[in-house]
Write a protein that binds this ligand. Sequence first.
Ligand code: FE
Length: 135
Amino acid sequence: MSETPSKVVRSDAEWRTLLTQEQYQVLRQKGTERPFTGALTQNHATGNYHCAACGSLLFQSDAKFDSGCGWPSFTIPADSTAVEEHEDKTFGMRRVEVTCARCGGHLGHVFPDGPGPNGLRYCINSASLQFERAK
Ligand code: FE
């Protein structure tokens, strides 16, 4: 059990300064990078995936799998308190959006077609993630 991470709250102007344009569009404007273009989709190294906006630990490499969908995919977050899920009805679809619990940044969506014991696929933009290779 870990405690709920303390919140990071910044103004839109601050995020614009702190993030690259691509990170800003995905994390703060809920954009989606084009499939198979993200830097971490094919990353198979051992390590931790942190939020690119606030640094919170979000996912770990042992939960990453090749989904073929074109984005980094995970069966489970690093901790149940690391991410939050929200119903998303945009673009005429019913999806479940995944956000960083600490800063509210948009990460991607979670779908009920994953291979793990909980049957989930966390489909996450590379732009939302910062990979830290295990030492
Ligand atoms: Fe964050």
